[in-house]
Design a protein around this ligand. Structure first.
Ligand code: HEM
Length: 145
């Protein structure tokens, strides 16, 4: 009996080929955007402050997130990096996992963790209130009047 070996690069279906093409494009576009966002992030957090990395403390974060610009900036970076990283890990799992049940379980775990981190991170960025401490006006006079 002849053994038929499927084309190794044959997509499972046309629909999944379309989806994979979009996921591939997303990796390129998000990677491109992330380069500039990460350079901006490191410049503002580490390069520009005179004290370098030592400048990052509670007041520094409170000051940054008092501005809607940095809330949106950090939110976009969080979403892009997590979706990019998780989709990249999905590619690795699909490439190296042989058992279907293991492939599916690892991919489901990846997305559950990513969604949980996106939800928690977005909540932190959007609901962060440094003035919740009644004494906050003494150490954050500019933000908590
Ligand atoms: C400077 C920003 C970044 C750029 C320019 C970038 C670019 C890329 C590109 C173009 C790919 C596709 C590679 C391929 O299909 O052969 C990729 C894959 C990947 N990226 Fe990024 N990325 C960046 C940041 C990140 C971050 C922050 C994470 C983690 C959160 C990450 C995790 C991954 C993973 C796990 C893969 C899959 C690796 C593979 O397919 O072998 N990347 N990246």
């Amino acid at each position: 009996m002849a053994v038929i070996i499927e084309q190794p690069d044959a997509p499972r279906s046309r629909k999944s080929a379309q989806w994979e093409k979009r996921a591939w494009l997303f990796m390129r576009i998000s990677g491109f955007i992330l380069v500039f966002m990460i350079i901006g992030h490191l410049t503002v957090n580490i390069v520009l402050p005179a004290r370098g990395v030592k400048a990052i403390d509670f007041a520094f974060v409170a000051g940054k997130w008092a501005s809607p610009f940095w809330q949106v900036y950090d939110g976009i970076m969080l979403w892009l990096a997590l979706i990019h990283g998780t989709n990249g890990m999905r590619t690795l799992v699909n490439d190296y996992t042989e058992r279907e049940w293991l492939r599916k379980s690892l991919n489901v775990t990846l997305w559950v963790v990513a969604i949980a981190l996106i939800v928690l991170g977005t909540l932190v960025i959007t609901t962060f209130d440094p003035c919740i401490d009644p004494n906050a006006h003494s150490y954050l006079p500019d933000i908590c009047k």
